[in-house]
Design a protein around this ligand. Structure first.
Ligand SMILES: Nc1nc2c(c(=O)[nH]1)N[C@H]1C(S)=C(S)[C@@H](COP(=O)(O)OP(=O)(O)OC[C@H]3O[C@@H](n4cnc5c(=O)[nH]c(N)nc54)[C@H](O)[C@@H]3O)O[C@H]1N2
Ligand SMILES: Nc1nc2c(c(=O)[nH]1)N[C@H]1C(S)=C(S)[C@@H](COP(=O)(O)OP(=O)(O)OC[C@H]3O[C@@H](n4cnc5c(=O)[nH]c(N)nc54)[C@H](O)[C@@H]3O)O[C@H]1N2
Ligand code: SF4
Ligand SMILES: [Mo]
Length: 577
């Protein structure tokens, strides 16, 4: 029986379930028979089996009734739906059908890519993925702040024979194999993009014809990037100039894919960085051409008609939401007490809020703080559909087994709508059918998005707006301390599954392996053991996403645009504990 991995991951693998085990689909050209460790161990992960109220186990019926009563009591008060993507299935959004009618506040932006995506929208209007079939046509692949070995591993096969340029402050596995690795200083990607523009212009690499047809504000852009001196840019990026120039020459007149990841977007200037990278690529005329373009997470639902997406509700940015302002908080598919920035602040807010509901599969820091815990059912026991932020396949997720325990999102929503006498839902099958019909191609067992039938951005009327201004006033680089790199771990999916529980430090700093240190920032502190690694720069430390307490160190700022989280807009101090 065929289904799709539900985890929040680029690859959206096609999965075969034989009634007991999950296996990679061999017929699926991208999944190619392999799953990653996270899904391989998914079914062994201990689940929440019983609902809980004030720490006492109750039945699902009792839990739903308590939820109804508490909602009824807070009807004219402030309530919040906080939904993340623990399960990436689109039907998970169905709870919005109830909470919008009820008048709850929703969240805007996300903890992930919304800052970066805002810059893409400003430049090119729509964020198309750079799909594997498009990347296959490139000669050069630039991997910029994306750790493909861990987070997007099926792409390794596609890029294995390409000329590879990696831009990452860490010697990642791919960085070690690359033709060029620019071990950039953290938070200087905007400057590197501008440096690329400066040298490309000196080398007369700009595509005048393309710019005349598709670009606007190129003259302003020219003045803008020339206002930065080369020395200033070399100084801030700290890259090796010879390697940089070799990289530029490799890109020149050669089909190049830029695979940009979340590493560049965990800062306040995420939108400007993405727009500057796009502007460099646009200047070369590398949009709408075979084997060229920029891919960055982002909107995976382009062209599809979507239910549960247009509500007239109040919103508050997800990354800075103050739970304490709400009388009732409904947390779905998320672990904000660990994954939101500034978790000391999040803890205070959750404690202050009168009633916190956690609705998920696994126990975590948030379930431990909740007044009411409602177990959900896993992806095998409910019907859904998912998109990918990396390829063009749309994955069906049929219901393949009965629920052992827990309540599905559809049933929970149906229950609440009925208790409040609101109009009822259509059937799951109907919603999914409508979504699929709106934009799909069908071949063998697979569905792909029609949005990729023609080359993205190749339309005659495609219009690109170059960047010509910066509002970045961050002074992070002048602050004392080390940069905090907090990327994804291979064996966890954010806070789900295994975590690593180490701080990775360059050996020259003089700590011993397994020695305990205290890491401090303006926002909090964390005691953690050391693992030495010369993969890091001497000015940075690394603690993976999902590690308990890592976000005590991180700030609750928003990106300049897009309401994005800024996990790395911070410097840390280290002391022996
Ligand atoms: N195994 C696994 N896979 C996952 C996830 C997971 O938790 N585990 N999470 C999923 C999710 S939610 C997402 S959003 C994606 C994200 O996946 P990616 O886009 O790969 O993002 P990250 O792992 O956060 O960071 C990627 C790289 O950015 C580098 N980096 C850090 N700071 C900077 C910087 O200032 N400049 C540059 N150039 N690079 C920098 C890091 O060293 C790291 O190698 O992965 C998804 N896939
Ligand atoms: N320091 C640091 N912090 C980060 C990041 C980082 O790189 N560094 N990355 C950020 C990013 S990119 C992201 S996307 C966020 C992710 O943050 P979250 O979305 O909060 O991710 P998880 O920690 O994986 O929590 C997902 C929860 O969903 C629940 N779940 C799984 N399946 C289902 C289901 O079918 N139904 C329901 N109701 N629940 C389900 C599980 O119980 C799990 O605990 O974290 C952000 N936080
Ligand atoms: S690589 Fe990503 S999509 Fe594939 S099985 Fe692992 S988590 Fe799921
Ligand atoms: Mo994410």
């Amino acid at each position: 029986m065929r289904t799709t991995c539900p985890l929040d991951c680029y690859d959206a693998c096609s999965v075969i379930f034989d009634g007991k085990k999950l296996k990679g689909d061999k017929e699926h050209s991208y999944t190619n028979g392999h799953l990653c460790p996270n899904l391989n161990h998914y079914l062994n992960e201990p689940r929440i089996q019983k609902a809980r109220f004030n720490g006492k186990e109750i039945t699902n019926e009792e839990a739903l009734n308590i939820l109804y009563e508490k909602l009824k009591d807070s009807h004219d008060k402030k309530t919040l739906l906080f939904k993340s993507s623990g399960n990436f299935g689109y039907m998970q959004n169905i709870t919005k059908e109830f909470f919008s009618k009820f008048g709850s506040t929703f969240t805007s932006g996300n903890l992930c890519d919304s800052g970066g995506e805002a810059g893409i929208i400003e430049g090119r209007g729509k964020n198309y993925s750079l799909t594997p079939s498009l990347i296959k046509k490139s000669k050069v692949v630039v991997v910029w702040g994306r750790n493909i070995d861990s987070t997007n591993s099926h792409l390794l096969e596609i890029i294995k024979d390409k000329i590879l340029i990696v831009i990452d402050p860490v010697k990642t596995p791919l960085g070690k194999k690359a033709d060029i690795h620019l071990q950039i200083k953290p938070r200087s990607d905007f400057d590197l993009a501008i440096l690329f523009c400066r040298f490309a212009y000196m080398e007369q690499m700009e595509d005048e014809e393309w710019i005349a047809k598709h670009g606007s504000d190129f003259d302003y852009f020219l003045n803008f990037f020339r206002s930065y001196t080369i020395n200033q840019l070399l100084d801030s990026t700290q890259i090796v100039i010879e390697d940089f120039l070799t990289a530029l020459m490799l890109i020149k007149d050669t089909p190049t894919s830029f695979l940009v990841g979340n590493g560049v977007s965990k800062y306040t200037n995420a939108n400007e960085t993405l727009r500057a990278i796009d502007s460099f690529v646009a200047m070369l005329g590398y949009f709408g051409k075979e084997g060229c373009g920029v891919g960055f997470l982002g909107n995976s639902t382009l062209g599809y008609e979507l239910p549960f997406s247009n509500y007239n509700v109040k919103t508050t940015p997800m990354a800075t939401v103050d739970f304490g302002e709400f009388d009732l908080v409904f947390i779905q598919g998320a672990n904000p007490a660990n994954q939101m920035p500034n978790t000391n602040r999040v803890f205070d807010g959750l404690k202050k809020s009168k009633f916190v509901v956690y609705y998920g599969l696994f126990e975590n820091q948030t379930s431990a703080l909740a007044d009411l815990v409602i177990p959900s059912v896993n992806f095998l026991a409910k019907q859904d559909i998912r998109f990918s932020y990396s390829h063009e396949f749309v994955g069906l997720m049929p219901k393949l087994k009965e629920e052992e325990f827990g309540v599905s999102e559809y049933n929970l929503t149906k229950y609440l709508l009925a208790r409040f006498d609101y109009p009822q839902l259509e059937s799951k099958a109907k919603y999914i059918e409508k979504i699929v019909e709106s934009n799909s191609n069908f071949e063998n067992h697979y569905i792909t998005s029609k949005s990729y039938d023609s080359l993205p951005y190749s339309e005659d009327d495609f219009h690109f707006e170059f960047i010509d201004d910066s509002e970045d006033e961050s002074e992070l680089k002048d602050e004392d301390g080390f940069y905090l790199i907090t990327p994804k771990y291979k064996y966890s999916l954010n806070s789900q599954f295994k975590t690593d529980n180490y701080v990775h430090i360059h050996p020259s700093l003089g700590y011993k392996d397994d020695e305990e240190v205290t890491i401090t920032t303006k926002y909090g502190k964390l005691n953690i053991k050391v693992k030495n690694s010369d993969d890091l720069r001497e000015d940075s430390i690394r603690i993976y996403s999902g590690v308990d307490g890592v976000n005590k160190l991180t700030p609750s700022f928003l990106s300049l645009e897009g309401d994005g989280a800024c996990f790395q807009e911070v410097k840390v101090k280290i002391e022996r504990a």
